[in-house]
Design a protein. Structure first.
Length: 211
């Protein structure tokens, strides 16, 4: 990379603005964000100043970090041939190495729950919501029995609906009363991160109730 940072093209910036997703603190639903947070920017070795030079939208007021936003920004920079390593040298900063959110002590099992659920979605272009709900329910209830958590069917259905709405809002699929159909925008890696983040939040909340 040269000593001067080059702005991203307008088309790329427009795409970025559509794909930044955050959780609304009131509705707990995914909504479009105004920009990347300071934490998300720094995860890739950027400073807020360089992000603005590149044309990346930033929201300095937001304190949260979402892995799907970090992964999306990384993908954008790679497609634009912006080398993360070169950016770090340019800014002379020492960024946080990990792009993973805090992991509960039982995250490994949650990963398995996520993988089974994702496998069910990816088995076909269109899947019945009833089938996907049963897959998630069986996995979560089994997980609960092995960890001593109390998870009801109603709670499983609630987190299931949140997850499916997240995927739909992100543009990864079309949600109807009976089916979920993957769209051409389907991204396995990003979708998996979104589902895993929701599951981890759900289990963390249930662990808090247990204490």
């Amino acid at each position: 990379m040269s000593s001067q940072a080059v702005s991203l093209d307008r088309g790329t910036i427009k795409l970025i603005r559509k794909k930044i997703l955050v959780v609304n603190p009131i509705t707990r639903r995914l909504v479009r964000g105004r920009g990347f947070s300071v934490k998300e920017i720094r995860e890739l070795g950027l400073t807020m100043n360089l992000a603005r030079i590149l044309g990346i939208p930033v929201d300095p007021r937001r304190k949260t970090l979402y892995t799907h936003n970090v992964e999306f920004l990384k993908e954008i920079l790679e497609k634009a041939n912006v080398e993360i390593k070169a950016i770090k040298t340019y800014e002379a900063v020492t960024p946080t190495v990990s792009t993973k959110p805090e992991t509960p002590t039982i995250a490994g099992d949650i990963d398995a729950v996520c993988e089974r659920f994702m496998a069910a979605i990816e088995a076909a272009k269109r899947r019945k919501k009833e089938t996907l709900l049963k897959t998630l329910s069986d996995s979560l209830i089994s997980f609960a029995n092995s960890t001593g958590l109390n998870i009801s069917e109603e709670e499983v259905e609630k987190i299931f609906n949140i997850i499916m709405n997240d995927l739909s809002i992100a543009g990864y699929g079309k949600l109807s009363e009976k089916f979920f159909s993957k769209s051409s925008e389907w991204d396995s890696s990003m979708a998996r991160e979104m589902v895993l983040t929701r599951l981890r939040e759900f289990i963390k909340e249930k662990e808090g109730e247990k204490q």
